[in-house]
Write a protein that binds this ligand. Sequence first.
Ligand code: GTP
Ligand code: MG
Length: 452
Amino acid sequence: MHEEDTIIALATPNGQSAIAVVRLSGGLCLEVVADVFKRRTPPAYRMSVLGNYHCVDGRELDQVLFTLFAHGASFTGETVLEIACHGNPLIVRLIIQDCVQRGCRLAEPGEFTRRAFMSGQMDLSQAEAVAEMISAQSERALSAARKRLHGAVGKCIDGFCSQLLEVLAQLEAYIDFPEEDLPDETEVGPIKGIAELITNMRGLAETGRYAELLNNGIKTIIVGPPNAGKSSLLNALVGEDRALVSSEPGTTRDFITERIMLGHHCITIMDTAGLRDGETALERAGVTKTLEKMQQAEFFLYVIDSTLPSPVLPPGSLELFHVEQTLVVENKCDLAESFAHPDVLPGRPHVRVSSQTGEGLEVLKALWAERLEKDLQLPSEDVLVVGARHAGALVRAAEALELALEGYQRRTYTELVCVHLREALDALGEITGRINNEQLLDTLFAKFCIGK
Ligand SMILES: Nc1nc2c(ncn2[C@@H]2O[C@H](COP(=O)(O)OP(=O)(O)OP(=O)(O)O)[C@@H](O)[C@H]2O)c(=O)[nH]1
Ligand SMILES: [Mg+2]
């Protein structure tokens, strides 16, 4: 088979490092190995070989380790050469320039993975999972990406497709050979599995909402009256002095966001200005902004100063503290004047902590993690989670199937029912990429960075 032009890119981050890996894919790899490393015979595939890199002009550039992967048995499906050189950006640049002189060209963003998809090494959902494996921020996100990389989404979709194809084949047979002894159209007949299929597709699409939580973290907001110790709590959770702390109420004006890990979960945590019935226009504006941020949050830590009487919530804020997604943090429990406040946001769990001494923080984290597991109903690790794009396609497929089912039950033309079934198949095909849609591919792979 003719291989496409040979592409080259740095596969590791740019900058000084112990090692940098330059990757080539395409038909020129064998020639490059022979010439660069002065080898008469090509090395064994998938074996790291020590060699001296010689430029086109014969100059020796670096001592490197290189690995050759055979056509049909590599990431891209083409012959691939990986050169691990010393991690100096200058060496990397010179190697790339030299290979370009030898006829290679610089890879476009995502082009390696695109080739892997085009050569049938992976379906589209797996190709997307490559990017997800690289960007995953939590163990849960990693395990979801790993499942997709192993082709779990593709397998599931293939299962749906083959069921649909079977129904379609039976219905089309009926159109083509109506005189044959096929089940009566009025009977449930071939369409019987469709309702269950719709339920399964919708169920899988539902998991798409977790993708955002897994990838971007669970949006958690720290709110409470001024001076309660909100910024101190953020700092204690992050483990460094990220936000400014002072005894003066109204210290925090801007929203500071940090990422922390809570068990397997990634949390995006935001510190806010104090929630109070503001007197000045600026204070009121600050509270309005906080309330706005609260609308987008998925979890709330309501921090109070436990040495003071219970605070009064600003109007309109109480209903934002969902019972299942709020923890009341009674801060400053290290002080002698501290006392319990069961009347604050009753019905939500309370935990007494000291952001200063760290007391109670572990209890807070455990309670918080428990709430997340239970109330956000994050899927357990063995559940397959699809991405937002997949979820969208699954919903479209389910909708088309609902029309097919409705049409069948209302005894519309079988042809029309088949049209809807085909629509569902097309929508499913978008997930695995087993449809020919260049535009979709361009949009997807453009999100990759060069070298992937
Ligand atoms: N003793 C004690 N003092 C604390 C604790 N947490 C915070 N403080 C003190 O309380 C004061 C206010 O802390 P901040 O973290 O700035 O409070 P805040 O809620 O962010 O305040 P604003 O941003 O002004 O709304 C500071 O003087 C902190 O040192 C605690 O657990 N124990
Ligand atoms: Mg603050």
